[in-house]
Each structure stands twice: as C-alpha cells, then as structure tokens.
Write a protein that binds this ligand. Structure first.
Ligand code: FES
Ligand code: FES
Length: 284
C-alpha cells in the first residue's frame, strides 16, 4: 500500500466505521483522542511504558501510543467507550466498581481493556493469569490487589456496588459516587479538555543567579503585537507564592531584582503558533 501524508484511513472503532484524513504515522491514541474525541483512551507516557493507552486491535491489546494509524487501517479497534455493549463487559465494569478497583481512574481504561482481552480467552482466570495479563498497565493508586480481585470475580448477577441498608453503613463498603464514569471512559482529566483557541504562555526567566533589572517597554517585545506581556505590576493583590501558604515568601514574578537563576520576571501569552524566537525582551 502506498501511504501518503494526508491520506484518508478507514478504521472500525467500537463497531462503527470511521474515516480519518491525516498522516499515516500519527499515534492511534492521538487520533482516537483528538480526531474522534474518544478521550477514554488515556495518554500517560506516549512511550509504551504505562499502558494507560491500551486498546484492543482485532481483539489483541496494544499500546495505542505506539501504534501508527496506518497499522490500524481496515482493522477493528475497541476502546473503553465500546464496553458495556455486552453483558460480559458490563459485568467487568461492575466488578471494578464493586471491588473499588477504579480509584483516581487514570489507569482504569487500560486495565479494563487488558482484562477484556484476558477474559475473552479465559472466563475464570487465576490471579497469576490476571497479573500477567495486566502487568503492562501501571497503577499508582490501588496497589493492584483490588484490580486483580475485580478481574477474577466477574459475576453476571452481582450489582455494581450495592448501597448498604439503612443503619448498616458504618464499616460497610460504599460505592464511589464518582465511580461509574471511571469505568466507561466518561471521566475527564486535565488532558482530556480541548480549548478551541488556546494561548501559549511563556515565562521569561533570569539567566543570572542574582541581578537587578528593568524591563523597558514590554509593548515592543512582540514584533507583531499579537502577544500580551504580564509583569509583577499586573498581579492583583500580593505578589507572593510558596508551597505552604502561610509562609509564602517568593514573588510570583520578580520585581526589579532576581535572587535565583531561572526566576520568572514576566509572562508572555500569545496565539498557539506564535514563534518563540520573535520575543525580544528589552531588559538589562
Ligand atoms: S501512553 Fe501509551 S504506554 Fe503510556
Ligand atoms: S486508579 Fe489511579 S492510577 Fe490506577
């Protein structure tokens, strides 16, 4: 097949034929998230390390961040948004909720997809089989035990996470109020939001460990005047920050004097494609 930049690719995602016109080498995870708005597939490392981007390609788990779009062309892709259509998938999602296996939820789509691939081969996996199948997906919250419990205890007849009877809540396992979106791919994290006209914000930092400075006429910094420059004078209230608020003692933007190399002296907000080299701070 002769693939060219900007070619149209047909992939079947969650049972639906989708056409994407883009470059063949783009990450499948990126195409799913940006072109098809399927943000349930998470992007953790874009390097094949974390497994957060795991999807099924013709039934086999793959890291979507390492899969070029061209490799998925003409094939079946299943993402977390496609779960729930079958009773078995819904039972797996319910098992994650019942066992508290979805906590922050960032790894949950990848865990679910790896589990779906396992359960399609082995309906009642052993713990060792579950650990091996999910070993490529990292979780920083659960300690893994709850996830393995959930995969090994999928039951068609069990409610997702039953509410305790009135008067019996103390000591009982409670369903997470925010649990369901974590197992359906509906949960939105910071990287899942898209802004139609985002600005790039650049910090202008001191190259010196200690220096006094003036900024001059900031209006002349951007040759085309498309950027907005912010200095300490633009900060409403007190120009201070710190890790422990009561002890905040560092200026957010230095005023006339820097006390460490890399201290920010100004911020420049500009349209996304604004070329960095066109900034020329007139400082001294
Ligand atoms: S985002 Fe693909 S493995 Fe981490
Ligand atoms: S639930 Fe938070 S990283 Fe796994």
């Amino acid at each position: 097949m002769n693939l060219r930049a900007g070619e149209t690719f047909r992939i079947t995602v969650n049972g639906q034929a989708r056409h994407v016109e883009t470059q063949p080498g783009r990450r499948l995870s990126d195409v799913l998230r940006r072109n098809l708005s399927l943000t349930g597939t998470k992007s953790g490392c874009d390097a094949g390390d974390c497994g957060a981007c795991t999807v099924l390609l013709d039934g086999a788990p793959v890291c979507a961040c390492l899969t070029p779009l061209a490799q998925a062309a003409g094939r079946q892709v299943l993402t977390v948004e496609g779960l729930g259509a079958t009773q078995a998938h819904a039972a797996l999602q319910d098992s994650f909720l019942r066992h508290g296996a979805a906590q922050c939820g960032i790894c949950t789509p990848g865990m679910l997809m790896a589990a779906v691939a396992l359960l399609s081969r082995t309906a009642t996996p052993s713990r060792a089989e579950a650990e091996a199948a999910l070993g490529g997906v990292l979780c920083r919250c659960t300690g893994y035990a709850k996830i393995i419990d959930a995969v090994c205890d999928v039951r068609m007849d069990a409610p997702a996470a039953p509410m305790p009877a009135p008067g019996a809540a103390v000591g009982a396992r409670l369903p997470r109020l925010d649990g369901r979106p974590k197992v359906t791919g509906g949960e939105l994290f910071g990287g899942d939001f898209r802004c139609e006209a985002p600005l790039t914000v650049l910090a202008i930092r001191s190259p010196h460990p200690a220096a006094r400075f003036t900024l001059g006429d900031t209006a002349t910094w951007a040759a085309d005047r498309s950027a907005q420059v912010f200095t300490a004078a633009d900060i409403p209230g007190e120009n201070r920050f710190g890790v422990i608020p009561p002890f905040a003692d560092q200026p957010a933007l230095a005023e006339g004097e820097v006390r460490l190399r890399g201290e920010a002296v100004a911020l420049v907000a500009a349209p996304r494609r604004w070329p960095r080299r066109s900034i020329s701070p007139a400082s001294r």
